[in-house]
Design a protein around this ligand. Structure first.
Ligand code: XMP
Length: 504
């Protein structure tokens, strides 16, 4: 595998994902990994990061550590600067910085750039620059703003690039990673997501007791249930909790889906009144998440106690879920409390997370291999706390009803216009403020609905979907005409970062 050492860049995981897409397993680890052993590691990537190497609190690894590893190292962005700094090069703060596309000119041919033309587009995002390479390093490429855009020390097997090879805007980025992984590290392409699932099944087959899996009808929890069925057979119980915060007809969808998947022991629990009542008067998003999470655990505990010998809880936690809850990196801030990451202590069950190291697109690939229906594979993500975090402000039955009606129209129009499959998510959000409109010469005072559509690869970054005005206009008129109580429709043009995908 290739280790990606995380110095806090928003793109760190993209590096790991790209390497995995080449068939080589890759993990994101914190800088203190150098204290551990390197069995199975064929190369190391030092990621980008927001800090400056001169900042005393910026994350670092030591020169000794880098010198002692027996495998090739690739420094990217901050990783490039850190290597220059540690080995005696000159790193300075540039006045202008370099953000976005640049042309890189290659100086010397090198295996790292096999198949890359002498001039190519690279994606830059940095203010500090390496002005002089350290002794023993040769400069491989430069841009108009950066005299050392790539360098190498073949003796030490250390290579560095100032640009981001992992982002799609770098024309030959994947080629550079491919060269590093295969030509310089000599890794073999023998990994795919199914391999990690088979390892999981192998590890747990033969265990005693039964397992619960909380299912929503989304791709992550459905794949988790299907995998656990391979381990536990009839001793796995999918549980669907109706929180009252779901979209229309979710329960029917899940009942139908699990029937088709050969589960005859789906447990459906209707707790909608309890969830909705407990959110009365609550407007703080984290408080909403906490309340929902607490109740969810309570209900799961009760269900577990009513079934024979339940010892495990299966969860569809993905790699990015763990990142955003701040558990895989010391340098990524905690952004939101993800309600569906439940701790073992809170539940008294052992947690099984067969997807914990996978990215969403890998789970979708798995779902295909496991023969899940297309509607599940392509389903847009829906957050665990549901519509509670798509109603900004207090959640009430009236607002939930209104939002569900808008949501149905949105879903219908997206599919009718063949847009569903091309977007990561597209959903309406109900704001708790009202605005004035006019209907049939009469004043109308109703809620404001915001539409949020994003394109994304893994939800860690996202850009707002630039949709056709005609489509948005038709959609907005349908909402305004068909849902009494909505007086205005807005379109969200914020990217993530700095915004997040969900409003709360
Ligand atoms: P944000 O809003 O953090 O969302 O940009 C990133 C992705 O995660 C989904 N999301 C959640 N999913 N439980 C989930 O299962 C949650 O608590 C949760 N909050 C956000 C969101 O829909 C988007 O795809």
């Amino acid at each position: 595998m290739i280790l990606v050492v995380d110095f806090g860049s928003q793109y760190t995981h993209l590096i790991a994902r790209r390497i995995r897409s080449l068939g080589v397993y890759s993990r994101v680890v914190s800088p203190n990994i150098f204290d551990e052993s390197f069995a199975d590691v064929c190369g190391i990537v030092l990621s980008g990061g927001p800090m400056s190497v001169y900042n005393s609190s910026s994350p670092k690894v030591s020169r000794d550590a880098l010198e002692s590893v027996q495998v090739p190292v690739l420094g990217v962005c901050y990783g490039h600067q850190l290597i220059a700094y540690l080995f005696g090069g000159k790193v300075t703060r540039s006045r202008v910085g370099e953000f976005g596309k640049s042309i890189m000119y290659l100086k010397d041919r090198h295996a790292l750039f096999d198949g890359v033309p002498n001039e190519s587009v690279v994606w830059m995002s940095h203010r500090d620059v390496v002005e002089e390479p350290p002794p023993g390093f040769i400069v491989l490429g430069y841009t108009d703003n950066t005299s050392v855009a790539a360098m190498a020390n073949d003796g030490r097997r250390i290579y560095t690039v100032q640009f981001h090879p992992e982002v799609v805007h770098t024309e030959y980025g994947i080629k550079v990673l491919e060269n590093f992984v295969f030509k310089l590290c000599g890794c073999k392409a023998d990994w795919n997501p199914m391999k990690s699932v088979n390892e999981f099944i192998g590890k747990y087959s033969g265990v005693e007791g039964s397992a619960l899996v909380a299912v929503s009808g989304g791709v992550d929890s459905t794949v988790t249930a299907v995998i656990l069925k391979r381990v536990f057979g009839e001793r796995v119980y999918p549980v669907f909790i109706d929180t009252g915060l779901l979209r229309s007809r979710e329960r029917e969808w899940v009942e139908n889906l699990f029937g088709r998947l050969g589960f005859n022991n789906l447990i459906v629990v209707d707790e909608s009144d309890r969830f909705i009542d407990s959110l009365k008067g609550v407007i703080d998003p984290e408080e909403k998440r906490r309340i929902i999470s607490r109740l969810y655990i309570e209900v799961l505990k009760r269900v577990a106690s009513e079934l024979p010998d339940v010892r495990y809880l299966g969860q569809g936690t993905l790699y990015p879920d763990r990142v955003e809850s701040g558990s895989t990196s010391r340098y990524s801030d905690r952004i939101k409390l993800h309600h569906n990451i439940i701790s073992e202590e809170s539940l008294g069950l052992k947690i099984l997370e067969p997807l914990r190291d996978l990215y969403k697109d890998e789970v979708r690939e798995l779902a295909k291999l496991l023969d899940l229906p297309d509607e599940v594979i392509t389903r847009h993500p829906f957050p665990g706390p549901g519509l509670a975090i798509r109603i900004v402000g207090e959640v009430t039955r009236e607002k939930l009803e209104l939002l569900r009606r808008v949501d149905l129209i949105v879903d219908e129009e997206l599919r009718k216009n063949n847009l569903y499959g091309s977007l990561w998510q597209f959903f309406p959000v109900l704001l708790s403020i009202k605005s004035v409109g006019v209907r049939g010469d009469q004043r109308h005072y109703g809620y404001i609905v915001a539409l949020r559509g994003v394109e994304s690869l893994d939800a860690m970054t996202a850009s707002f979907a630039k949709l056709d005005w005609g489509f948005l206009e038709r959609l907005a008129s349908r909402i305004l005409n068909e849902v009494d109580g909505v007086s205005r429709v807005l379109y969200d043009v914020s990217n993530k970062p700095p915004a997040t995908i969900e409003f709360e």
